[in-house]
Design a protein around this ligand. Structure first.
Ligand SMILES: [Fe+2]
Ligand SMILES: [Fe+2]
Length: 149
């Protein structure tokens, strides 16, 4: 797992914005491992959920702009992952998250690494080919975010 984790850190899917998203989600899942209380776990799980939602929305938009032909199947994988996370997050039984913490860590790490190495990596050449359009999209998003501040 350590080697795969390092590979994920070094891996590019052909777009620096998406690469940065992957590193952030990975860092958030790594922080989850250090949690010792139910409250901390729930908080970090919310962070992973939010970062994933933002990333998937962006990635799905980029796949559309890059005319990646398998975008719909890919988006289905994202939706299933979010449903699983929401399911864990919504269980309110005291002690549940701490009980399943090892499984949760394995699921998050495993899913992220598998998904990036297979599904995300499959769109790499499309992202590279559409780099100018995607860079313009990223600039627009940055300026909209600055104006909102
Ligand atoms: Fe993806
Ligand atoms: Fe991704």
């Amino acid at each position: 797992m350590q080697q795969l984790t390092q590979r994920l850190e070094d891996l590019s899917v052909g777009n620096e914005v998406l690469d940065a998203d992957h590193r952030s989600i990975h860092a958030a899942t790594a922080r989850l491992a250090a949690c010792t209380t139910e409250t901390e776990l729930r908080h970090h799980l919310s962070t992973v959920l939010e970062l994933s939602k933002i990333h998937f929305r962006r990635e799905e938009k980029y796949m559309q702009v890059a005319r990646f032909p398998h975008a719909k199947i890919h988006a289905g994988q994202h939706a299933r992952f979010l449903n699983t996370l929401r399911h864990y997050h919504n269980v309110t039984e005291p002690g549940f998250l701490l009980l399943i913490k090892p499984d949760l860590e394995e699921f998050l790490d495993g899913w992220l690494i598998d998904h990036v190495l297979s599904a995300d990596k499959a769109y790499q050449s499309y992202m590279i080919r559409s780099a100018p359009e995607l860079a313009a999209l990223a600039r627009e998003a940055r300026s909209a975010a600055q104006q909102a501040q």
